[in-house]
Design a protein around this ligand. Sequence first.
Ligand code: Z5A
Length: 212
Amino acid sequence: MTQIARFITVEGLEGAGKTTVLNAIEAQLRTAGIDLVTTREPGGTPLGEEVRALLLGHKHDGMADDTELLLMFAARAEHLHRVIRPALAAGRWVLCDRFTDATYAYQGGGRGIDMARIATLEDFVQGDLRPHHTFLLDLPVRQGLDRAAGRSEPDRFEKQREAFFDAARATYRARAESEPGRFRVIDASQDLDGVLAQLKTSVAALLAEVGP
Ligand code: Z5A
């Protein structure tokens, strides 16, 4: 298949099933002959993974919201520089577990940081680079939290109250509504078979759109 480099992201709340879905997308794209780089945020580079540990761990509980925001974008700048831009420039597809939509959802919606300030940082760090396609795994907050309960010690985000996740979900949904061409919303409240069936159709449509 001819490679027209695409930048694909996957977003969703806690317990949405991102891990399973990312594996399924990767398998379907590789089967279609796509040369693919898989990566994640925050993280994706040695520096970014160190920043991830600062952001998710409890060593700096109570860090300022702006510190959290700037660390997300610092890790992203490194990720773009070392992984995402070089891959796209080489004609490879990039499949990324979360990206800047998560910043709007969690730091904007969840923490209440002004969206315009996030947009300023987005322009500064990314220039005009934006994901081409975004899969949003949407489900009621309580259902996601129930699924995720019982995993290992909750990280700094997993410890947030339900209202934080309600605001994050509302932000994700608003963004999906405002950019219907980029977002593909998957109903993640269904059982895994149902989610994977929706996904398969959606990835097939994406491949058909991009063409051979
Ligand atoms: N964050 C941020 O604030 N700002 C940013 O800019 C970025 C990130 C980039 C870490 O992200 C945190 O970083 C994240 C937002 C913040 N915090 N939160 N919340 P992460 O992506 O690494 O962490 P995560 O959200 O905890 O994702 P995860 O662990 O990779 O995946 P998951 O969506 O929670 O799903 P899962 O592990 O695949 O599934 C959870 C459980 O549910 C598991 O037992 C599954 O078997 C089960 N499951 C999944 N789907 C189903 C269905 N359909 N039916 C039944 N059971 C299911």
